[in-house]
Design a protein around this ligand. Structure first.
Ligand SMILES: NC(=O)c1ccc[n+]([C@@H]2O[C@H](COP(=O)([O-])OP(=O)(O)OC[C@H]3O[C@@H](n4cnc5c(N)ncnc54)[C@H](O)[C@@H]3O)[C@@H](O)[C@H]2O)c1
Length: 217
């Protein structure tokens, strides 16, 4: 079940996945996860349609390119709601089901800028650092239920968001300063997430994975 507040993004993602896996059992659900209570509705719907929940990938994010000196309260309110509180509400709503299934996996998408400093995105970076602490605490608290919690920190990843942004700025050929000297294709971030979701990662919890082409090495 894909969840997003944009119907258009959902349609595109569902179509792309069906193009690769024609028989995929996949659906999109529109929800604004910055609103408390939406997570309960999402999880109820997933359980109704798919019987159980064994994996949660918290991936939604909002960005504001503002220095801390300039960012108004509204920026912080929005970014904290979307990037951190939505992870909390989705996790809380799903936990009873993750515990019940006996092999739950939570994958929280943070950022390399949770651990590397820079200027201009203080609210975003603070929430991404918060995601790492949230993940570690979850790993401690849920281990007895065999629910694993891990975080991934992508670096420069050429998702549609960044492809649009680079194109608009006329810097489509920007080379990121990571060891591999190139942008990640989104699938190169998806594969580690797929592994963390699977039983092949059954001994992995509380970990932070840098998927950044060596940027933080
Ligand atoms: N692309 C990168 O270079 C990069 C680097 C580091 C971390 N990340 C992280 O990876 C994840 C995916 O990034 P992306 O580049 O695909 O970004 P994106 O903006 O394309 O994807 C985020 C999605 O979240 C959705 N969303 C935003 N607010 C929402 C809300 N209130 N309710 C429901 N959905 C909402 C958006 O509609 C969008 O589809 C994010 O968590 C991002 O912080 C990305």
């Amino acid at each position: 079940m894909l969840v997003d507040h944009s119907q258009e993004s959902l349609n595109q993602a569902v179509e792309r996945i069906k193009g690769c896996v024609p028989n995929a059992a996949i659906a999109g659900l529109v929800a604004d996860l910055s609103i408390e209570g939406e997570a309960e509705r999402v999880v109820e719907r997933v359980v109704r349609e798919m019987d159980s929940v064994s994996v949660v990938v918290n991936n939604v994010a909002a960005r504001r390119y503002e220095a801390i000196a300039d960012a108004p309260w509204e920026t912080w309110d929005e970014i904290v709601r979307v990037n951190l509180l939505s992870f909390v509400s989705m996790t809380r709503a799903a936990l009873p089901h993750l515990r019940r299934c006996g092999r739950g996996s939570i994958i929280n998408v943070s950022s390399v800028h949770a651990v590397l400093g820079r200027k201009g995105m203080g609210a975003y970076d603070a929430t991404k650092a918060g995601v790492l602490a949230l993940t570690r605490t979850l790993a401690y608290e849920e281990a007895e239920h065999n629910v694993r919690a891990n975080a991934i920190c992508p670096g420069f990843t050429r998702t549609p968001f960044h492809a649009r942004r680079l194109g608009a700025k006329g810097v489509d050929d920007l080379v990121p300063p990571c060891l591999l000297g190139r942008w990640a294709d989104p699938v190169e971030v998806a594969y580690p997430m797929l592994w963390l979701a699977s039983d092949e990662a059954s001994y992995v919890t509380g970990a932070t994975f840098m998927i950044d082409g060596g940027l933080s090495a």
